[in-house]
Write a protein that binds this ligand. Structure first.
Ligand SMILES: *[C@@H]1O[C@H](CO)[C@@H](O)[C@H](O)[C@H]1NC(C)=O
Length: 145
């Protein structure tokens, strides 16, 4: 399910990416190359993080709680990205709230993962991909004007 959504999002972003070639497209929403590369990176990093989080051991109740919180943050971030992608495709201004939703979802997920004690390597991997998603999100903010 998560995998399907990630692929659908990638398809949407590739569509937006190649729409750059069309000269009549409103470039403000579609964004330049740097912007679209950052969009692809956030989608890819988010999919990788979801994958990693699903591998974290939930044997411990506290860890299980943190994983559930992280998953809900990631899901909220994904919903924000879908809203933004939908706006781009329909040529509408993406609502600022959707961008905030992505940022907040990532931060919530990161905070939850950081609260997990122990040596589960999946936590470390998830946090690594999470950092990539956050960095890509910052690049989107900087480059998608
Ligand atoms: C893309 O647009 C952003 C914001 O307008 C700008 O800062 C950045 O330098 C641009 N990148 C390229 C490769 O044109």
């Amino acid at each position: 399910m998560a995998r399907f959504h990630a692929s659908a999002l990638l398809a949407i972003f590739f569509f937006a990416f190649f729409a750059l070639a069309a000269p009549v497209v409103e470039t403000r929403q579609v964004g330049n190359l740097t912007c679209n590369v950052a969009r692809l990176r956030i989608v890819g990093a988010l999919a990788a993080t979801n994958d990693d989080v699903s591998k974290i051991s939930t044997a411990d109740a506290t860890a299980a709680d943190a994983v559930a919180t992280a998953q809900s943050g990631l899901s909220s971030a994904g919903d924000g990205i879908k809203t933004i992608a939908g706006s781009i495709l329909t040529g509408q201004q993406a609502p600022a709230s959707a961008r905030d939703q992505v940022g907040q979802g990532l931060i919530d997920a990161q905070t939850a993962l950081q609260s997990i004690d122990g040596t589960d390597p999946a936590v470390t991997t998830a946090l690594g991909n999470m950092a990539k998603a956050i960095k890509a999100g910052q690049d989107v903010v900087a480059n998608c004007k």
